[in-house]
Design a protein around this ligand. Sequence first.
Ligand code: ADP
Ligand code: MG
Length: 286
Amino acid sequence: MGAAISIDYITHHYPKQTDPTLQDIELTVSPGETIALIGQSGCGKSTLLHMLAGLLIPSEGAVRINGHQVIKPSPRWNMMFQKPSLYPWMTVRRNASLGLIFQGRQEGMNKRVDALLETVGLAEKAEVNVQSLSGGQQQRVALARSLATDPELLLLDEPFSALDAFTKTELQDEVVRLSRDRGITVVFVTHDIEEAVAMADRVVVMGSNPGTLQHQLKVDLPHPRDRTSPGFTELKAELMEFFGATRHPASRPEPTDDTSSSAEAPEADDPAASGSAPARRAIRAA
Ligand SMILES: Nc1ncnc2c1ncn2[C@@H]1O[C@H](COP(=O)(O)OP(=O)(O)O)[C@@H](O)[C@H]1O
Ligand SMILES: [Mg+2]
């Protein structure tokens, strides 16, 4: 069963900061739901994710998971980063086993890990050193390790941003399939609008200075998602419009064939400051 999350009016000041990094963040996430947190660099996405993980305590407000206030990390949730943080001198199987080893759950471990390596397409590589793997394969090892402990919640901080477009797409679809099969709640941070629409049940757009939740968009498309479908393209355009990435979305169809810069939320553009009508509508809808 996936975790139920309740973020209750979090405001956060880092030490010696006068202005808050996050202000009045309020959000609930249902068990099994997948949420994309999207926003420009520095708006506080990683800060918020660290709070969900219990790695950082908010200066005001609280995170509750299944009704309990989060005050420290738990083996019931796992975090994945852009860099897969593997031990380079260990084999694939050993790296994938580490979560279970740290938790002292070694009974039946090899069988369990082997099944997961099979699931992520690395059964043949179990005995090789992780250093000999590609970036995408290494991220698969991290994914297998994250899933091995049967987490209720996966927290992903731009986990695919260093990968090539093809590998990225494959892994996005894989995480969706695996988390849905297992009913795991997922909160992931991304800059990539296509990634958000491809994976999320709900996209939460953050504004910056201070970090706030500005807008929420439900993605009601069936899985596996067809990235060229009109519904997909429309939602992508709606999000892009919100970021001011497209000036005339009605007269300029969105490209659907790549994940290049056009699908990225522009770093320097503050959605909160955008004066376009759809952006204003979106803010009111938050
Ligand atoms: N440990 C820290 N101490 C002080 N300021 C920090 C710390 N970590 C992040 N910040 C600041 O908080 C803001 C939000 O950072 P972060 O959560 O990393 O943003 P994002 O992940 O959206 O890029 C930034 O202005 C950043 O400089
Ligand atoms: Mg970040």
